[in-house]
Design a binder for this molecule. Structure first.
Ligand SMILES: [Zn+2]
Ligand SMILES: [Zn+2]
Length: 366
């Protein structure tokens, strides 16, 4: 099959033929229809996130089940599926308590570049090629854990559905599942990329009265309005914390979100929430970085500091619900899909995301 391989950090992806083994016990072979390109893929390409190389990146995929391995009862051959990059074991304490996004078995294996049994199904000339986040959707086919396949209605366009696998789930989930945004509340979102825009539309869906978008890119701020932003702050031109307080009677917002993954903007996010408000960290900061907070004010001002990993997703419940909202016209997903490419042109897609011109470039397969 054709796949795009990253052989070394800071190099272009190489589109080439590789081998893909059949699915083993508990695994599924999916013929991909589409894959979004996400900033996490860029982090690996740039070398700021480590993963075993050579690797097939891509973790925002959707397609049709082509074959299933032994012991797989769900999904079935022919099912249309969105791929979740946080599959789950179904047996650990997190899974049993309804928090499968924190599955301890999966979390331990996430960065290994393999499937759950510690081996890879991908190879080239007999040498192993590694998976990325259990998916590797920059390829015509993917072997994935069955618990990472979310069956969806066959009338939903698969290119749009693919985006639910990362950006949409992460953003909408942060607003609805992690923060439980209340009707009439005020919200600020730092970072108006694929995830940030979905936090905004999640907050809008929850009934937020005001949504303040913060970014340094004027084009992204313009796009924010489509996804529910009521006010925009260009943080390259003004101090964002001061500006948010000015817009909220001096107090700050009820809910602040950080979707960039930098300690500086995380601290700003904490300062933007009003005393008693909720601060939600969504962007993943570089390994080893630390966040410094004023110790006295943490107690006196009673802000709630929450981490949100993969939108606190329960993928089999949340992803079909998100797509139902899309089909009902209540979530904007078509507007996220700004560019489409064939696999042969994947480096152009990567470049568009890098320079901030695309919200989501999508790779389409035949
Ligand atoms: Zn992603
Ligand atoms: Zn588990």
């Amino acid at each position: 099959m054709k796949a795009a391989i990253l052989e070394a950090p800071a190099t272009e992806l190489i589109v080439t033929s590789i081998d893909c083994q059949e699915p083993q016990a508990g695994e599924v072979l999916v013929k991909l229809a589409a894959s979004g390109v996400c900033h996490s893929d860029l982090h690996v390409i740039h070398g700021t996130q480590a993963t075993p190389l050579p690797v097939v990146l891509g973790h925002e995929g959707a397609g049709i089940v082509e074959a299933v391995g032994p012991n797989v009862t769900q999904p079935k051959v022919g099912d249309h599926v969105v791929l979740s990059w946080v599959p789950y074991c179904g047996q650990c304490s997190y899974c049993l308590s309804g928090r499968p996004n924190l599955c301890s078995v999966v979390y331990a294996a996430l960065a290994n570049g393999t499937l759950l049994d510690g081996t890879s199904r991908l190879s080239r000339g007999g040498a192993p090629v590694y998976h990325y986040s259990f998916i590797s959707s920059f390829a015509e086919y993917a072997v994935v854990p069955a618990s990472g396949c979310i069956v969806i209605q066959p009338d939903i366009p698969l290119d749009i559905a693919s985006l639910v696998g990362c950006a949409v789930m992460t953003g909408v989930g942060a607003a609805l599942n992690t923060a439980h945004v209340r009707p009439g509340s005020s919200v600020a979102v730092i970072g108006a990329g694929g995830v940030g825009l979905n936090i905004m539309q999640g907050a809008q869906l929850a009934g937020a009265a005001s949504i303040i978008a913060i970014d340094i890119n004027p084009a992204k701020l313009e796009q924010s309005v489509i996804f529910g932003a009521t006010q925009c702050i260009n943080s390259a031109q003004t101090d964002a914390v001061t500006a948010v307080r000015e817009l909220t009677g001096g107090l700050g917002v009820d809910y602040s979100f950080e979707a960039v993954g930098r300690p500086q903007t995380m601290r700003q996010c904490w300062e933007m929430a009003r005393p008693g408000g909720t601060v939600v960290m969504v962007g993943i900061a570089p390994d080893g970085s630390e966040l410094v907070l004023p110790a006295t004010r943490i107690v006196r001002e009673e802000r709630h500091l929450l981490g949100s990993f993969y939108g606190s997703a329960r993928p089999h419940i949340d992803m079909p619900m998100i797509l139902e909202l899309y089909m009902a016209g209540k979530l904007k997903l078509d507007e996220l899909a700004t560019h489409r490419f064939s696999l042969a042109h994947i480096n152009e897609a990567v470049h568009l995301l890098e320079v901030g011109e695309a919200i989501r470039p999508i790779i389409l397969y035949d």
